[in-house]
Design a protein. Structure first.
Lengths: 116, 115
């Protein structure tokens, strides 16, 4: 257990469904991230939130909608997904400081999404 | 922008043999370098990092990596692997200055230790 909890761990959904992924951390971190991990491809950064404000959207399709109600929680709302969106979605967090090497991310175990 | 190349997608090795996982990066500015490990059904965990100082960095479980600026490499090594080292290993880089400090990951190397 790393301190970053993701639910559900597995999700199967049809292309017309609406579902959400949840990420929670109580590490005192103030930056949270969504990554997409597909087989044999580098991790793709999707969204970044610093102090609850979205600071990066890496050209992610609008069928993925993030929400960060507070520094401890991050959601990824999913609607009208495509089969190619099937992947492992990883949440990560870190603390923002001026100290070198503060990019050490703590990852959750991921949510395995299958779109039928 | 920086990039990371992990040349080997899969590395099978016998138990107690040495292993090297290769990582090369490209960047026009100074960088920080990281190795993360992902065990089956888990997220990524930091294995070791290079920020500054000694170019040889070590982890608590026997891995080490050496930053080579002239060759823009950060290869990961272990002199004797165990079955429990079977996992996927990711190299990552970020620039060491400026506000844009997002990590860029390589595509990963699957290390499989055989009995």
């Amino acid at each position: 257990e790393t301190g970053v909890t993701q639910t559900p761990r597995h999700l199967v959904m049809g292309m017309t469904n609406k579902k959400s992924l949840k990420c929670e951390q109580h590490l005192g971190h103030n930056a949270m991230y969504w990554y997409k991990q597909s087989a044999k491809k580098p991790l793709e950064l999707m969204f970044v939130y610093n102090f609850k404000e979205q600071t990066e959207n890496n050209s992610v399709p609008s069928r993925f909608s993030p929400e960060c109600p507070n520094s401890s929680h991050l959601f990824l709302h999913l609607h009208t997904l495509q089969p190619e969106d099937s992947a492992l979605y990883l949440c990560a967090s870190r603390i923002i400081t001026g100290v070198a090497g503060a990019n050490v991310l703590t990852f959750g175990a991921g949510s395995r999404l299958t779109v039928l | 922008a920086q990039s990371v190349t992990q040349l080997d997608s899969q590395v099978p090795v016998f138990e107690e043999a040495p292993v090297e996982l290769r990582c090369n990066y490209s960047s026009s500015v100074s960088v920080y370098l990281f190795w993360y490990v992902q065990y089956p059904n888990q997220g990524l965990q930091l294995l070791l990092k290079y920020l500054s100082g000694s170019t040889l960095v070590k982890s608590i479980n026997g891995f080490e990596a050496e930053f080579n600026k002239s060759q823009t490499s950060f290869h990961l090594r272990k002199p004797s692997v165990h079955i429990s080292d079977t996992a996927e290993y990711f190299c990552a880089v970020t620039v060491s200055s400026g506000s844009a400090r997002q990590l860029t990951f390589g595509s990963g190397t699957q290390l499989t230790v055989l009995p």
